[in-house]
Each structure stands twice: as C-alpha cells, then as structure tokens.
Design a protein around this ligand. Structure first.
Ligand SMILES: [Zn+2]
Length: 313
C-alpha cells in the first residue's frame, strides 16, 4: 500500500503541476495572440462585420403571390387561365362585327349557345366541342342554372376551355321589356341575381361574367340605350349575332336535318357585311337535337375557311 502510494503519489502531484502550467501557458499565449490580432487587424476581425454580399439576381418577395394554374378561373372571370389566349373582349367583337371599328386580323368565329344550361343538351354540345378541339360561349338563364345538375355542367364548360355568359335570370320578355321597352333597373337586378345563382351552383365565389345577350336580341327592343348605360356601369357589354343556325326559326323555315342546319349557317353569312368576325347564334335545349348533330359540320366548314375559334369575355 505504502509502496504503491510512494510510487504513484509523486507522479500524481507531478502530473497536476504540469497540467496547471500547460493551461496557464495556453491562456497566456492565447491572450497574447488575441491582443496581437486585435491591434493588427482591429475589432472587425472578431465581430465579423465584413460586408454581406447580397445576391441581387433573386427577386425580393414582399408578399405572398398565389400560384395560378392554367386550370384556374381567371380572377373575376368567366373562363379559365389557359382559355385566355383565345378570349376576346365583347365590346371589341361587337364593334368589329357591326363594322363600327375596322377589323383586319385573322378570321374569327364565336360559337354561341343560348338558353342553357341543361345537363343533357349542354353535355352533347360540349362533347362535340371537345371532339373538334374548339371552344364556345354559353349564355345561361338563371332559372336553368338553379336546376339540379347545372352546377356540374357549368363547371365542365369552364374546365373544358369555354366561357359562361349571361342571358338574364328569368328570360321573361314581359318582365324585362314591359311594353317592349327595356326596364334598366329590373334588368340590372336580374344580372346580380344570375351571377349569384352561377356562383352558388358552381361553388366558384370568384366567378364573374361581363358578357350579356339580351333575350330576343338588343335590336328587338326600345329604350335600350338606358339599359346599356346601367349594365355598362357594372362593366357588362352586350352582344347580338351576325349568323344563325335557324334552330329557333318558325317550324316552316327551320332546317330539317343536320346538313340543312349547317348550310343555313353558311348562307346566313350572305346577309352580313362583315364576314371576318362571325358570331353564330345557336340554342342549347333538349327540344333542339339538330343543334349538336349539325355542329361538327358547322365547325368543319369554318375550319376549312380558315377561321379561328374564340370565346367572349
Ligand atoms: Zn334566349
């Protein structure tokens, strides 16, 4: 025991002394180096307030911008983002079609379908448009929008790149045009009611449409300047047509088969001065089966003649 103690005790004492001396040497040396560096290079060496290199190639994001997908509805719009490249301002198209403003671009055709939606007949028209790879504009009536299944079919119109436009809530001439004269305030109230109905049916609260076709056509009624002014205050523009497929003509004049209906459209162009911007009036209803049936022929004829297909916004 003792021997062991003598053997190890001095060594332990000696070891402790060396550690203390080594630590003291390191502290002194370290402090000396530190002071030297401080005086040579200054305080900056320790606080590292070197200039920060800013990468200016990266944009500074100051707010969260929602990511827009091509399938999303255009903000406050009546069509999706990817349909915007062939969506034309209704006022422009009206001015070109009537010759008020000269038009010199590519030949344009707008296929328009009034009086829907209807899950069955709108579905058939959408099938044809999809097969042909062309879009259309659907002028919907509020009382139809509120029927079961209409929300789904309007969403399909939007998803497949066509646009949704306004054709009043009621479509009742006596209410809209008492004594054949447009009632501006009443028509305006139907615009709000129709847009609300579309938002509810589709679940798209951001939906809005600035495109109106007056039931019976703008040209048929009196006092329309006042109505145009009031709905113009809502940003809404109206559009009539310069070609028809005859699906609402009196039975005696109505085309009897699909080929006759397609011929009817092309011959109706003989009555319009402007042929480079064509707006075709057709109807979207279950009692007009020739409309979807003739549609492929009509589309082929316009394609052959070099027309591009647009939608109204
Ligand atoms: Zn109508």
């Amino acid at each position: 025991m003792r021997r062991n103690r003598n053997l190890f005790a001095p060594e332990r004492r000696g070891g402790t002394g060396r550690i203390v001396r080594t630590v003291a040497a390191v502290v002194i040396l370290g402090t000396a180096i530190g002071l030297g560096v401080y005086f040579l290079f200054g305080k900056g060496f320790f606080t590292s307030n070197k200039p920060v290199i800013v990468d200016n190639t990266q944009p500074t994001v100051t707010e969260t911008v929602p990511v827009v997908s091509p399938e999303d509805l255009v903000r406050n719009g009546n069509h999706i983002v990817k349909a915007d490249e062939y969506a034309y301002s209704t006022k422009d198209v009206r001015d070109w079609m009537t010759g008020k403003v000269p038009y010199s671009g590519d030949k344009l055709v707008f296929l328009t379908f009034d009086d829907g939606p209807n899950p069955e007949s709108t579905g058939k028209i959408l099938d044809v448009l999809k097969d042909e790879g062309v879009p259309g504009t659907f002028f919907v009536i509020g009382t139809n929008v509120e029927k079961p299944g209409s929300g789904e079919v309007i969403n399909r119109i939007l998803e497949e790149g066509s646009s949704v436009a306004l054709h009043t809530y009621s479509h009742v001439y006596e209410k809209l045009y008492p004594k054949n004269t447009g009632d501006a305030q009443y028509i305006q109230s139907e615009m709000f009611k129709l847009i609300d109905a579309i938002r509810t049916a589709t679940g798209k609260s951001e939906f809005d449409s600035r495109v109106l076709r007056y039931p019976g056509g703008h040209m048929s009624w009196k006092g329309m300047d006042k109505v145009d002014e009031v709905i113009g205050g809502m940003g809404i523009e109206y559009i009539d047509w310069n070609a028809i497929n005859g699906d609402s003509e009196p039975t005696s004049r109505r085309p009897k088969d699909a080929q006759a209906m397609a011929d009817y459209v092309m011959s109706s162009l003989n009555y319009t001065k402007i042929k480079s911007v064509v707006v075709v009036l057709m109807h979207d209803a279950t009692n007009k089966p020739l409309t979807p049936e003739s549609l492929p022929i009509i589309i082929e004829k316009f394609k052959e003649q070099g027309y591009k297909f647009g939608i109204l916004k």
